[in-house]
Design a binder for this molecule. Sequence first.
Ligand code: DGJ
Length: 741
Amino acid sequence: MGITFYEKEKLFKLDTPGASYVCGIFDKEGFLGHAYFGPGLEEPDVGYLCRTQEPPYVPAVNNRDRLAFYDSFPFEYPTHGLGDYRDDCLAVRTAAGNTALKLTYASHEIIAGKKPLKGLPATFGDADQCTTLEVLLKDEILGLEVILSYSVFEDVDAVLRSARIVNRGNEEIYLTKVMSACLDMDNESYDIITLHGSWARERHVNRRPLSKGTQRVSSIRGESGHQEHPFMAIMDHNADQTMGNVWGINLVYSGNFVAGCYVNQFDSLRAYIGINPEDFCWKLMPGEEFTAPEAVIVYSDTGLGGMTRNFHDLYRNHLIRSAYKDKKRPVLINNWEATYFDFDTDKLLAIADEAAKVGIEMLVMDDGWFGYRNSDNSSLGDWKVNESKLKGGLKYLVDEVNRRGLKFGIWFEPEMISPDSDLYRAHPDWAIRIAGREPGQAREQYVLDLSRPEVVEHTYGQISEVLHSANIEYVKWDMNRPLADMGSACLPADRMGELFHRYVLAVYELQERLVSDFPNLLLENCSGGGARFDPGMLYYSPQIWCSDDTDAIERLSIQEGTAMVYPLSAMGAHVSDCPNHAVGRVTPFRTRGYVALAGTFGYELDVTRIPEEDRSMIPSQIDMYHKYNDLVRMGDYYRMASYSENHEFDCYMVVAKDKSEALVTFIQVLGRVNCHSRRIRLQGLDPGLRYRLEYVDGAADESKGEGTDRTYLGETLMKAGLLIRNPRGDFQGRLIHVVEA
Ligand code: DGJ
C-alpha cells in the first residue's frame, strides 16, 4: 500500500488495500495522464492505456495534430482553451482577456500523512495511516502553478484529491473554473447513479445508462441542496449491491457544486467534480493561492454495497471529528413537531417531565425561543431569549430540564436575517442583496452577508453568548433558504464572483470556532431538513437532520439514498406523531421506531399527548436503541431490497465488524394476502460461523420455523436465505437480531 514513483516508466502507482490508481508523465512536454483506477495491480506499467502509441500520438511525434492529442489524451487535470474540447477542470481569464492554459509536469513529492486544506473541511490521517502525492504542474507563460494532491489511506479503497492554484506571475489572474478532480476512462457501457429530490423528498436514487454527451448534477443555490447532490456513482451496467465495478465520487463541500460525466466521440468518459463554475470568478493576485475542496473517489469491485461501505469507513474514520464520533448519542426529544412556535417554559417542562419517565435523555428546544418569534416571519438575527415565552429565562429552563435528568439542546439559524428584526433595522446592508434591487424573500427571510468579517464576528458573538449562558449540550444549526440576489455591499465588482464561495468558507469558519470553543457540544447540522447533508458538514457535526419528512415509509427511500453514501451514525432520524405532519399517513409506532433505529434515533412529538399505547412502547424502543446502536453506528451496512425499486418492501442489515452479530430490518409496505413468505438472502456474515435468529418484539412465527432454537451457518443464511412471513396489515416491520450461536 502507499504511493510509488517508477522512475523509468515515469508512472505513479497509488495502492489501497484492494485497488490501484496509476497516472504518469507523458511526452517530452510532460503531460500528466491518467492510466488506471481499478482492482489492485502488481506491476505498474499500464501506461499503454493512455494510448499514446496510437494516432494522433503525442505532440513530440505528431505536432501537426496537437489539437487531436489534446482532445483525446486522458488528462489528470485538463485545462481550457487549447484544443481539449471535453468538459475541462481549469479555466482562467487573464488581464489581457485570454482564457486558455496548458499544464505540464514540473516536480513531485511523496509525503507520509496528509496536509489539511486551508479553511476547508477535508479527510485526515497521520503518517502511518495515509500517504500523499503532490504533483506540481506549471503553465510557464501565465506563471501559474497547480499542485494536484492525491492521498490514499491504509484502510479504505479511496483516492482523495484536491488542487491548489498559485499565481506566480506578475499580473492578476481570474479563475473562472476550478474542478477538484477528474477521472478520464473508457466508457465500457456504464450506468450512472445520482441522488435527486426536493424539500421533504431528499436523495432518491436515480440510475440510468451513461450516454453520449454531458450528464451532470449541480447546485447554484449556495448550498449542496435538496434537489441534486454532490455525488455520482459510475458502474458496470450489471453491477448490483454485491458485484461489479463501481466508482463513487463525492465532494467535501457544502455550496454550489457540479458533478458531471462527458462521453465523447471515442466513447471515452470524463467524470469530474468541483465548485460550480456558474457565477464563480476568483481573483488571484500575484503570490496568492486558491484551494479547491476535496474530492473523494472510492472504488469497489463488490458492487454498490462495497462502494457504500468504503464511504462509511472513510467518513467514520477520517472525516468526522466530534467528541461524539464514536459514541452513542443521547436519545433526544425535539419539540418542533410537538409544538411548532406555540410553547413556553411550562409546556417544555411538561414534555421534559414525561420524557424523563420514559427514558428520553435530552430535550431540544427548536425554533421560536428568541426575539419575538411566534411564527416564521420575524426575529432571525436577534438571538436574545424571548422572556415572555420563557419565563425566568433560558438558564432557569435549562436548569429545570437538567434537574429532571435530561440534557438540554437548542436551535439556531445563524446564517439568516428576518426583514422584521432589530438586526435588519440596524444593518439592512448586512443582507445579501444587489444594490438598487429589492431582494427576494424565502420563508420571509434574507441571508446574512457572511463575506463580511464584522457579520461573522457579530453572529458568532451572539451564539457563543447564548451557549455560555446555560448548560447547553447540543446545537441544531439550521439553514432554511437558498441564496439568491448575489451581491455584497463590501465586495468590489471584480470580486463579486467570489461571494458564493466566501459564504461557504465563512460558514466553515463559524462552525470551526464553535466546535473548537465548545469541544463537547453535540452539533447537528440541518437545512430545511436535508438540503446540506454533505461531507463538508460532517467535518463539523457528526450528524445531520436527514429530512423534514419523518413518515416511516417516505423515510425508506430518503434513508436508502442517504445511506448509500453516508454512515448511519450521521443520519438524523426521529419517531414522530401520526397522522404524519408531512404526508398525513398513519403508520404503527413500532415501525416508526424500527426505521428511526437506522439513524441517530430520537423523538419529534408531544410525549404528553400521544396515545398511551404508543407512549408505553417508548421505554422498550429506547432499550432497543441502547442494545443495537453500537452495531448500527459502527457496523457494515448491506442492502438486500429497495422499496423504491420494488415498490413493495425494504430490507437492509448492519453487520458487526467482527461478524459476531447483525441486525436485519425488514419493512413490508402494504399488507399482502395469499402470498408466500419473502425469501431474504443475508449478506456480510461469516459463512463458517453458526448464528441464532432473535426476532425482536417476539414477532416470530413458530409455525414457520422462526424463533426456534435452531442455528444456521452464515453460509446458509447468505446462500439459501431465510423466510420472513407476511406481516398482517400495512406498514409492518420486522427486526431480526442475528447472533453468533
Ligand atoms: C427546518 C427544520 O428541518 C425543522 O426540523 C425545524 O427545525 C424548522 N426548520 C424550524 O424552523
